[in-house]
Write a protein that binds this ligand. Structure first.
Ligand SMILES: Nc1ncnc2c1ncn2[C@@H]1O[C@H](COP(=O)(O)OP(=O)(O)OP(=O)(O)O)[C@@H](O)[C@H]1O
Ligand SMILES: [Mg+2]
Length: 211
């Protein structure tokens, strides 16, 4: 299975719709352990991405993803704008000038995106951040793609389940990065908003490729 440029554009516009639908939920998650703006941030950023998409929809996938990253950086303040911005810019650089992606290309793109996110935010596994959704998802994706005869969509479905589990597993963690870390032990018992938006983003990719 190959992922086309149109599917990447569709993924980004589905993500915009999903962030809009989940604006209140993400903001609610960000109220006990943050400043109650994560849903607002994600909705604002992806609304801008949606506005930009027609300008880049006929460009290569690297260009589309890099434009997405730059748009998020320039439209979202706080922690998540630069972090997701770096995610998409680095992901785009890894598939520079490609018009379509194989399953391996997709995994390479997501790996580069997450590497960028980690370099930028310096979060490690277990710090109760978006990284805690991505790392288990990437591990499962890589393992599934390496299995003989496993198709990309099945592999991606397994990665989404791992991201969802990673998101839920942030609940008992104490935050070590970002605003939530100021709460110390009081950050325990709450699901991380960024891990939740990351799960939603990966699920949107899977849903787009499955439709
Ligand atoms: N250093 C980091 N590395 C990875 N993810 C991080 C880091 N710091 C924060 N996050 C993620 O960002 C999410 C919060 O995003 P949000 O949009 O609410 O920004 P914010 O923290 O409110 O920014 P600010 O406080 O500067 O306005 C957290 O739930 C966490 O997943
Ligand atoms: Mg916040």
């Amino acid at each position: 299975m190959v992922v086309t440029r149109d599917q990447i554009v569709q993924w980004l516009s589905t993500t915009a719709a999903v962030m809009q639908e989940n604006k209140a939920y993400l903001t609610e998650l960000d109220s006990p352990i943050g400043d109650a703006d994560h849903g607002i941030n994600m909705d604002r950023g992806f609304r801008k991405v949606l506005e930009k998409l027609p300008e880049v929809a006929d460009k290569d996938i690297g260009n589309i993803l890099k434009t997405t990253g730059m748009t998020l950086i320039s439209s979202v303040g706080g922690a998540s704008g630069p972090l997701y911005g770096t995610f998409f810019m680095r992901g785009g650089m890894a598939v520079d000038s490609k018009e379509e992606l194989t399953g391996d290309d997709l995994a390479t793109m997501l790996q580069a995106a997450v590497d960028g996110l980690i370099q930028r935010g310096r979060a490690q596994a277990g710090d109760k951040t978006m990284v805690d959704a991505w790392l288990p998802a990437l591990k499962v994706l890589r393992e599934a793609l390496d299995k003989d005869g496993e198709d990309t969509l099945t592999a991606l479905g397994e990665a989404v389940a791992a991201a969802e589990q990673g998101m839920k597993d942030t609940i008992p963690l104490q935050a070590k990065k970002g605003r939530a870390s100021y709460l110390g032990e009081r950050s325990i018992g709450h699901q991380d908003p960024g891990a939740t938006s990351s799960y939603l983003m990966l699920k949107a990719l899977n849903d787009t490729l499955a439709s």
